[in-house]
Design a protein around this ligand. Structure first.
Ligand code: AN7
Length: 383
């Protein structure tokens, strides 16, 4: 044996003992998972708080979002069951992932997206990967309702997070975090739309810590019998914190929102599909929901990019926007270890990024002459 030859082949291979697959399951993978857990060096100083903040940079998955973790499982199981077509409603990232994994599997993807309300990069992905892209004159929630209705009338497998295999795949992010930190963080912050991801992370933490605990008390409400730890209780788990965009915040209102609106189009969702489960996550973990304004979200997105070199999409920045508020108020105590999930890559939504980076110091237009370049440099050196 030498040090070479250990090719990473995706999260199903990596965690096959904790996922509902068998030796004969035909795995559809693009090498998803294994994303960096980056410790923030500069922003804790800016906040003047003694906290350890890590970002789990899910934007480095093959299609640029955490959806790949769920989609490798959902498409693998659809193919195993003989399905020839998958379908989803999406604010953009699920459609990109569904399209890519369907291409990989050689099956058809149908994606329903809200007309004009998805980021350019995501639309480009769905089209390029060859999905049948159906733009509806309605929002995500309308699309989700239609997908559920049509799946009874056409031979298609739903790959939204109501498909239980999606959450099975997504729970592996918690396994990776525990492996890297050697423990669960004190707090885990995520942006919340349908609340599938926060539910999946909680499943992952519960299953992981269950391996250390022998006492069995209550049954696990999340895994629907898939995990072998169903029925265990746990030791070391984080408080889960879910942040929503203020214009699209049913968990804060305590009721569904019919006309959600936010610049963070990925989480422009008013009727979350994992409503009951997410409330249970809060109850069990001792965490909470809160909201951030669009302005807070954009400021947070820019801070992550400009202080740490980490470019996430606006929805993802809700986790930092919210955490910043809770760290400053002391609700998240000093001395804590905090993980923020950055769910999607900033390059997905170039329009929103460029729109907030105008101004002289960012974009300088000059003649193509040496002296003009020299002057531009001298005028813009950091003091
Ligand atoms: C970047 O793609 O629902 O709370 O259709 O793309 O598990 O829904 C996207 C959701 C957070 C919210 N961050 O996760 C879709 C879709 C990003 C996202 C969420 C989404 P959930």
């Amino acid at each position: 044996m030498n040090a070479f030859g250990h090719r990473y082949t995706g999260l199903i291979d990596r965690y096959r003992d904790r996922l509902p697959v068998s030796e004969s399951t035909p795995i559809i993978s693009l090498g998803e998972g294994n994303t960096p857990l980056i410790k923030l060096h500069n922003l804790p100083k800016v906040l003047k708080k003694d906290v350890d903040i890590y970002v789990k940079y899910e934007g480095l998955n093959p299609t640029g979002s955490f959806k790949d973790r769920g989609m490798t499982m959902a498409v693998t199981k659809a193919v195993e069951a003989g399905s020839k077509a998958i379908i989803c409603a999406s604010t953009g990232n699920t459609s990109a992932a569904a399209a890519a994994y369907a291409a990989r599997a050689g099956i058809t993807a149908f994606v329903l997206i809200p007309d004009g309300k998805i980021a350019m990069g995501k639309l480009a992905q769905a089209m390029m990967y060859g999905a049948i892209t159906i733009q509806i004159k309605g929002n995500f929630d309308d699309g989700m309702r239609l997908v559920k209705e049509v799946a009874d009338k056409a031979p298609v497998t739903i790959v939204n997070s109501i498909n239980p295999y999606r959450l099975q795949g997504q729970k592996t992010a918690a396994f990776e975090i525990i492996e890297e930190l050697g423990r669960a963080p004190d707090y885990h912050c995520l942006p919340v739309g349908n609340a599938g991801n926060i539910t999946a992370h909680w499943m992952g933490y519960c299953e992981s810590s269950a391996t250390d605990v022998t006492k069995v008390t209550e049954s696990c409400a999340f895994c629907e019998g898939h995990c072998k730890y169903a029925g265990s209780i746990v030791g070391n788990r984080p408080k889960m914190i879910g942040y929503q965009a203020a214009g699209s915040a049913p968990f804060i209102r305590g009721a569904m929102v019919d006309d959600p609106e936010t610049i963070a189009t990925a989480i422009r969702i008013g009727h979350p599909q994992s409503w009951d489960r997410a409330w249970k996550v809060m109850q069990e973990s001792g965490g909470w929901f809160d909201e951030c304004t669009d302005e807070d979200i954009l400021v947070a997105q820019k801070m992550l990019a400009q202080y740490e070199g980490v470019f996430c999409e606006p929805a993802s920045a809700a986790s930092f926007a919210g955490a910043m508020k809770d760290i400053q108020s002391g609700k998240i105590a000093e001395g804590s270890t905090i993980v923020l999930t950055l769910t999607g890559n900033g390059m997905k939504d170039p329009d929103t990024a460029i729109a907030q980076c105008t101004g002289k110091s960012v974009m300088v237009q000059i003649p193509a002459e040496l002296e003009a370049v020299r002057t531009a440099i001298l005028n813009n050196m950091a003091q």
